[in-house]
Design a protein around this ligand. Structure first.
Ligand code: E4P
Length: 217
C-alpha cells in the first residue's frame, strides 16, 4: 500500500520523507491556503523533494477551464497528478487528461456510482473520503470495500486512494479493505508508529539490558 502525506507544509514533509516510508503527497485548496504560500511555488518545491505522485487540485468548476488549469499544473513537474472534483465537468476534464496521458486524482468521491464514473473517465486515482462520510453518520470504510469489489469485478486500473483518514485505525482498515494507497495528515502518520505496549516493552528491555553492563558496539 502506498502512503501519501496530506500536507503542503514542506518543513513537516521533509521530516516525514526522512523515514523513507512516504510515497507521494496530496494537497487540496484548503491545504494550500493553510500553507500561506503560492500554489505553484509550493507544488514545485514538493515535487523536487519527493519523486512520487504529487496531487495539485484545479480550482475551476467548468471542464474547459479545468483543462487549462490542469495542463498548467502538469507543467510544474512530471510527477504532478491533476486533482479534479468528482462532478460532471470534472469527469469531462479527467477524460481529456487521460487521453493526453496526464495523471489524475478524482477527489470528493462519496459513492460507488461516483467511483464507477471516475474509473470510466480513466482516472489514475480516485479519492473516497472516509472521515467525512463517518462525520455524517455513514460508513466511510464500507465505501472503500465496495469500490474495491467494483474495480475488481471489471478490472478497472484506477487506484483507490483512501482519503480523509483521521487515525491509524482508519489506515489499517483501508489497507485490509484493499485500498491501493492512503493519504494521511502528518500526525496520523506519526501516530501509526505508536503502541503503548511497544513503549512499555522497550522500557523493560532497556532497563534489563543496562543491568547486564554489556555494550554491542
Ligand atoms: C486528500 O486528498 C483530501 O483532500 C483529504 O484527505 C481530505 O481530508 P479531510 O476530510 O480531513 O479534510
Amino acid at each position: 500500500m502506498l502512503l501519501f502525506a496530506d500536507t503542503a507544509d514542506t518543513k513537516i514533509l521533509a521530516e516525514l520523507l526522512e523515514t523513507g516510508l512516504i510515497d507521494g503527497v496530496t494537497t487540496n485548496p484548503t491545504i494550500i491556503a493553510k500553507s500561506g504560500r503560492n500554489m505553484f511555488d509550493v507544488i514545485k518545491e514538493i515535487c523536487d523533494m519527493c519523486e512520487g505522485p504529487i496531487s495539485a487540485e484545479v480550482a475551476a468548476t467548468d471542464a474547459k477551464t479545468m483543462i487549462l488549469e490542469g495542463e498548467k499544473l502538469a507543467k510544474i513537474a512530471t510527477n504532478v497528478v491533476i486533482k479534479v472534483p468528482l462532478t460532471l465537468e470534472g469527469l469531462k476534464a479527467t477524460k481529456e487528461f487521460s487521453s493526453q496521458g496526464l495523471m489524475t486524482n478524482v477527489t470528493l468521491c462519496f459513492s460507488v456510482s461516483q467511483a464507477l464514473l471516475a474509473a470510466k473517465a480513466g482516472a489514475t486515482f480516485v479519492s473516497p473520503f472516509v472521515g467525512r462520510l463517518d462525520d455524517v453518520g455513514a460508513d466511510g470504510m464500507e465505501l472503500i470495500h465496495n469500490i474495491r469489489t467494483l474495480y475488481d469485478n471489471y478490472d478497472f486500473d484506477t487506484e483507490i486512494l483512501a482519503a480523509s483518514l483521521r487515525h491509524p485505525g482508519h489506515v489499517a482498515e483501508a489497507a485490509l479493505a484493499g485500498a491501493d494507497c492512503a493519504t494521511l495528515p502528518p500526525q496520523t502518520f506519526k501516530d501509526m508508529f505508536k503502541h503503548q505496549l511497544t513503549d512499555k516493552g522497550l522500557e523493560t528491555f532497556l532497563a534489563d539490558w543496562a543491568k547486564t553492563g554489556q555494550s554491542i558496539l
